[in-house]
Each structure stands twice: as C-alpha cells, then as structure tokens.
Design a protein. Structure first.
Length: 167
C-alpha cells in the first residue's frame, strides 16, 4: 500500500513506504476551534486516505467533548496529539484539564459511551460514534487530574486479504 510519501523522513518516491506523522497542538478549550482542528488533522493525515475521514471526525468529536465536559472548556487548554505510522496505523489522543462534576452526583464524569436508550436524545452519541469508527479507543487519567481519550485506526485490509493462499 502506498500513500503520500514524506520527503523529510528519507523516503524515496516509489519506495512504497507511508509517510510518518507526529503532531501536537495545545488549543484553547473553545468548541469554535473544531473546524480549525479538522483542517489541521486533514492536512496532517493527507497521506493516510484510508482512515483520514474517520480520524478527522473522531478528533473533532473528542476535542468538542473535552471543551464541553471538562474544565478545559472554562478558559483552559486541550492538547491534541496525532501520530501516523508507516504501517498505516493512526492514533489520535485528546487530553483535557479534568472533568466538570456531574450535576446530578457532584462526582467527576468518566468518559464512557452511553447506551442507546432514546434515539431522539439530542446528545450523548459522541463516544458511541468514536467506538463505531475507531478500531479501538479508551481513556486514562493524566498527572494533573485530567483525562486523555485516545482512538486508534488501522487501515482496512485489501479485499482479497481474507482469501487463503493455496499453492
């Protein structure tokens, strides 16, 4: 599989190697910056067309969640990391400055996909969308009391990959 090559990493045209991407952005926790983030992700992952659309959407969703559900959205920062490997694997991670307390319980919210109770509910679908688009996703606490939510994307296998080789 050949995608856009990155001349900075020593790949020669026609080498068949994917480019390597490593990006990090620290952005204000303002959901109005989702469009800017989508443009950054799209430009950075241009060499990964098989996962580009899903990774772009998931990065924007995780950023919007960090802005809405964490203290980062109250004048703080959100850190976004984007990595693309020569294998075609892409990792998106979004770190916030810690959850806002749940208004019902007063306890910090933990990122989790909500069940599909009511299809007409206007929100609560973001992490279900992430789970549907990403190969895998999860979260871990940060040293400063925040959360990092990550999603990984593996490129799909070619259509013939499921066929066994018989001599």
């Amino acid at each position: 599989m050949t995608d856009t090559l990155n001349p900075r990493d020593g790949s020669e045209p026609g080498s068949g190697r994917l480019c390597v991407v490593s990006e990090f952005w620290e952005l204000p926790g303002d959901p109005a910056l989702c469009a800017d983030l989508r443009h950054r992700v799209r430009a950075s992952l241009a060499g990964f067309p098989r996962v580009l659309d899903d990774a772009e959407l998931v990065a924007a969703e995780l950023f919007a969640n960090a802005c809405r559900h964490s203290r980062s959205g109250e004048g703080g920062k959100v850190s976004v990391s984007l990595s693309g490997l020569r294998t075609g694997l892409v990792l998106v991670s979004v770190a916030d400055q810690g959850p806002k307390p749940d208004p019902r319980t007063g306890r910090p919210r933990i990122p989790q996909a909500r069940p599909a109770d009511d299809p007409l509910t206007p929100d609560g679908r973001g992490l279900r969308l992430v789970a549907a688009l990403a190969t895998d996703w999860g979260h871990w606490p940060t040293e400063n009391g925040g959360h990092t939510v990550w999603a990984v994307f593996e490129p799909p296998l070619p259509a013939f990959a499921h066929l066994s080789h018989r001599p």
